[in-house]
Every structure is written in C-alpha cells, then in structure tokens.
Design a protein around this ligand. Structure first.
Ligand SMILES: *[C@@H]1O[C@H](CO)[C@@H](O)[C@H](O)[C@H]1NC(C)=O
Ligand SMILES: *[C@@H]1O[C@H](CO)[C@@H](O)[C@H](O)[C@H]1NC(C)=O
Ligand SMILES: *[C@@H]1O[C@H](CO)[C@@H](O)[C@H](O)[C@H]1NC(C)=O
Ligand SMILES: *[C@@H]1O[C@H](CO)[C@@H](O)[C@H](O)[C@H]1NC(C)=O
Length: 332
C-alpha cells in the first residue's frame, strides 16, 4: 500500500511540476534560442520550408537565392534561383532593393510532396517552381488578368495539389514599410493555382496588403494576414459560405506570415516597428481566432523590421526576418 501511495504522490508531483513549468514557459522568452547562421553578408530569410524527407530548412534570402540548410558542419548551400539573369558575381551578398529586380526576391516557399517540386512566390518573378534538385526555376503559366504586382506568401493543399498565394500590391515595391502601413491600399489579391490543370484563378480582391496565407487543417478555408488593416481575413473554400470572406481576428501589431500547425492552430509573426515600443512576437491562434500562446522574440530580433515568420516544425519554432543573417530556432 505504502509503495503504491508514494508512487502516486510522485506521479501527482510530476504532473504538478509539469503544469507549473509549462505555464511558466507559455509566455516567456526562450532560453533555448539558437541561430542557423547564413553565409556572410546574406540576410533576410523571410520564410522557411522543409521537404518531404524533413530536410532543410530551405529559405529565400535578400540577394535572391534560395538556400538549403545541410546541418551544422556544412551550413547553408545554394539550392535554387528565381531569376534567369542572376549571377553569383552580380548578386551574392548584395541586399539592396534595386538589385532584387535582377537577382530576384523569393519570399513564400512550399514543397508539393507528391512530386517533390518546390513552389516559390517571388516578388518580381511571380509564381515559379523548381524540381527536387534545385537550379533555375520555371515560371508557372501566368494569370489572364491584371499582372501580379508583388507576390509574397503561399501555402499548398497537398491532397488536391492547389497552391494558394497572395499578391500584396504594387505599394510594396516602394520598399518603405511605413509608407505601406500609412497607405489605404486595397489592391491586394488572393489566388489559387491548380497544379493539375495549370490554371490560375482569382479568389478574392480588395485586400489591404496581404502578406501571409495559411490553409486550415480541414482545408475548408484559408487565412490571409493584412499588413495595412492589421487583421486576419478568412476566405471560405467549402460549405455554405464558400467564396465569401469574413474577419477571423484583429491583431495588436502588424501581422506578417501565418503558418498552420499539425494540430490545427496557426502561428502568426507580429511586430510593431514604431519606436519606442518595437516588439516581435509569435502568437499561436486557435481555430476560433483566440490567442492561446505568445512567444516573445523582441530581444533576439532587435531590428527595425522585426520578425516575418514563426513556423512550427517537429517540435521546434523557426523564425524568419528581413534583415538578420540567421534563421532563429527555438523549442516549442
Ligand atoms: C535579362 O537580361 C536581358 C539582357 O540583359 C534582358 O533583355 C532581360 O529583360 C532580362 N530579363 C529579366 C527577367 O530581367
Ligand atoms: C518612408 O515613407 C514615410 C511616409 O511616407 C516617409 O516619411 C519616409 O521618409 C520614407 N522613408 C524613406 C527611407 O524613404
Ligand atoms: C464558388 O466559386 C466557384 C468558381 O470560382 C464555383 O464553381 C462554385 O460553385 C462557387 N461556390 C459557391 C457555394 O458559390
Ligand atoms: C517582450 O519583450 C520585450 C523586451 O524584453 C518587452 O519590452 C515586452 O514587454 C515583451 N512583450 C510581451 C508581450 O511580453
């Protein structure tokens, strides 16, 4: 009897410790923050992706390359490029916005597991795709309407082979985020690309600086973050509300990329770039639009642009930015 009850006591004690420790960590800075260092003078890993085998992360950087992380010994190596005119001499390590029209600026990345192809949204080169061994991308057939102005994020429906992506609007070409935030631009659009039929379809227009997109776990809707209105819109793909949109959540700060988790929540990267209260937070939002966890990356990202992405992958959080020379990693 005594052994059983003391085992029980120890068990309850363990639960008690677990609950208290996890509630402490649910709103704290990560003691385990690590940096996956990019090559020298290379900055701006805006978003990350992992291939079907779980290799990576892959990320698009400011000098136009897509690089792949090959472990701590090798670091990042060149994987793909979005611009046919990109040369290493002209572009490597050059981060000025003027050169990005020649060198490319890949933002959104996502693998389609069935073929192993990597789909990329490049601000200047549109929606492009590259095979599993990388190299130069090929362009996806263009949209038969108003040209893309500035493509940013994407997400892929693996079961149907559909890529959802956003055009943020030409205001983003100014490269001045204050100007973007102060504008009332509503030229942003949501599209889908059907990999099977090779058709691009406009789903929603009138968006205010859409820069993030994530598909729900049951594929019934996509969420779109809006930079200018600081909110998250939901576009319904299925059910009675199909083809209509509503406001999913308002955000306290500027939302950037949004990424779904395996359990059906979403991580949103949120920053405030206005002095003196700059901050960079990752917020996990559940399917009811409620914030259920906040991770504070302000101290690790002391930069004018804050963070661009928080993505959960196999128990870790990967953090992107526009101006740092590393991909941040911390434990969930
Ligand atoms: C690539 O360079 C050639 C020659 O300099 C130019 O004609 C062409 O427009 C460029 N293409 C792109 C996509 O910038
Ligand atoms: C960015 O835009 C803001 C508002 O329009 C302006 O005050 C600022 O000078 C601009 N910054 C640069 C670097 O052009
Ligand atoms: C939504 O739009 C698609 C075409 O874009 C159409 O095939 C479908 O029937 C529409 N669904 C509803 C519920 O309106
Ligand atoms: C995040 O951390 C910064 C710097 O340590 C702090 O000033 C800020 O209040 C924190 N924000 C939240 C929401 O925890």
């Amino acid at each position: 009897m005594e052994t059983i009850s003391s085992t029980k006591t120890i068990f309850l004690l363990q639960i008690w410790i677990l609950l208290n420790v996890s509630s402490t960590f649910a709103h704290s800075q990560f003691p385990t923050f690590r940096k996956l260092q990019l090559p020298s003078r290379v900055v701006g890993p805006e978003s990350v992706a992992f291939d079907k085998k779980g290799d990576g992360p892959y990320t698009g950087v400011a000098d136009g390359r897509i690089v792949k992380y090959e472990g701590p010994k090798i670091g990042f190596t060149d994987f793909a490029k979005t611009s046919p005119n990109r040369t290493k001499t002209k572009c490597d390590g050059k981060n000025g916005p003027e050169l990005q029209q020649i060198c490319g600026r890949p933002f959104g990345l996502g693998f389609y597991y069935k073929t192993g192809d990597l789909y990329i949204t490049d601000a200047f080169y549109g929606l492009v795709v590259v095979g599993p061994s990388g190299g130069l991308v090929t362009r996806v057939p263009s949209f038969q309407g108003r040209n893309f102005a500035f493509l940013d994020a994407l997400d892929i429906d693996q079961s149907k082979g559909v890529v959802y992506f956003v055009d943020s609007g030409a205001i983003f070409l100014t490269g001045n985020r204050t100007r973007v935030a102060e504008s009332r631009d509503t030229s942003g659009r949501l599209f889908k690309y059907d990999i099977g039929t090779k058709q691009v379809t406009l789903l929603l227009s009138g968006l205010s600086g859409p820069i993030g997109v994530a598909l729900s776990k049951d594929n019934s809707y996509v969420l779109i973050t809006e930079y200018i209105t600081q909110r998250i819109q939901r576009f319904w793909l299925k059910g009675a509300k199909a083809n209509s949109s509503d406001v999913f959540a308002n955000v306290d700060g500027i939302p950037d990329n949004i990424k779904s988790t395996v359990l059906g929540d979403f991580w949103v990267a949120i920053s405030n770039t206005k002095q003196p209260t700059t901050f960079s937070l990752g917020q996990r939002i559940n399917r009811f639009g409620k914030v259920v966890e906040t991770c504070n990356f302000t101290d690790q990202y002391n930069s004018p642009n804050g963070i661009t992405e928080v993505q959960e992958y196999k128990g870790k959080l990967y953090v992107g930015s526009l101006d740092q020379n590393f991909v941040g990693v911390s434990r969930v």
